[in-house]
Design a protein around this ligand. Sequence first.
Ligand code: F6P
Length: 540
Amino acid sequence: MSDSKLEAAWARIESLAAAPEAKTIRALFKADPDRFANFSQRGAGLLLDRSKTSVSPEVQAALLDLAVAADVEGKRALMASGGIANPTERRAVLHMALRSQLPEAPEACAEARATLERMREFTEAVHRGELRGATNQRFDTVLNIGIGGSDLGPVMVGRALWRAGDPMRPIHLGNVDGHGWETVLPMLDPRRTLVLVSSKTFTTQETMANAHLVKRWMEASVGPAGALQHFVALSTNLKATAAFGIADDHVFPFHDWVGGRFSLWSAIGLSLALSLGWDRFQALLDGAAAMDSHFLETPMDQNLPILLALTEVWHVNGLGLNRRAVLPYDERLRRLPAHLQQLEMESLGKRVTVAGAPVRRATGPVVFGEPGTSAQHSFMQLVHQGPKPVPVDFILIARPDHRHIENHRILLANGLAQSEALLTGRNAEEVVADMRAAGADEETIARLVPHKIFPGDRPSVTILMPHLDPFTLGALIALYEHKVFTLGALWNINPFDQWGVELGKVLATPLVRELEAGVPGADHDGSTAGLLAELLRLQG
Ligand code: F6P
């Protein structure tokens, strides 16, 4: 598609956004009694409701024109066929091959299947007690050492799905902070602990420091000869896993066509297979595969990930709303916002286009979140009454896995009430009427009315899930993965590289040496030099 068509599509969106009615949502419900039905779509067992946004039928048409002009479907086809969808690293992007059959990428699918088969055999051998530790005890705990994509996905899914009585207890060690290790240490019996070193590169400083720390602990506990029997590596770097001393049959590889933040479906998911059991890990993959099919086969005007991405474009580029909150109304999804922070901000926090030119429009927003209802008592004040709206993703689960039905009713009612309050607001007349009805005097009313007004017309989307289980969770995560891909296509940025994390890594290396030697280096900026000197002084 030509540049002029693309620019025309952006211009149309920008002009619709500049119109006075662009931010009104209540008026759209008045104009269309079927707005909920018209702006709610279903896919892979999920329902996505975008009716509480200011996307009108005209805006929707303009956004879909943009998707055509940006060739979202062509770029999607390139990714699914194993083409170079990550051009800066010259890599294919095939995380879908880990869970779906991609007719144009049969080799990747076959390789993924072979590794999954090995993972299944390993998992079942551990569960049957055929694979044991150095002291011949059965493994009952899996310790996953990894960071970023080698940690957040497994942690988030583990917290969402693990229940007492599941095959193994999952423990995660991500941060290099020794306090993290001190926290998990009392939970571990080395004789019964299987350690997974999860690192795509097997060079990440934090992960390798923790892996060596845990190796020394294991050697001291079960003896140097047997310690490595407790170690498994999940990595693309087979030279480095061998150098660490991990035997080939304890190494589960994956390929550079799997990005870290898209890797929980690969060998990086082994802690999930071990802790949840193979069938539930497979159901997670099946849920993601269902969302893959929906994404690949559904027309754009019904396609959940594409519609979610287009709604974000409207908020970010049309209305200038460059923050978004994610509120899962399920305590088990408490690490979902952290996973989405990495998935979205590491992917979409880019300042140049695929070709390396500065972007001319805003890209990825800041993403943050907390489970509801806790979020209501922390940052929702700002979302309701701060000067600038913050779009919200509400995630509601119809059927809980507990019997405390009254609690669940309160939970769901609060989730619905938050999105309703953001939409409808409370104007001055309503506030005055409420206060008079409550018997307030006129002086108090005049003083408090401005503080009690809620502007309303604040946007949110709601994702409704029938139940939280491996299948629906797999579909939910894949929904956000494909949304990220679509935004990359619309903004013409590469969502699959992450050069922005490199510089800090490079600068940390000499600083480690200077902290060790107690001598600050000469070439730091004034602030860093001052802080380093003060740290060394405080350490004595
Ligand atoms: O934070 C940067 C990053 O490269 C992430 O993309 C990745 O998930 C994480 O580090 C961990 O990398 P690795 O799996 O290679 O240890």
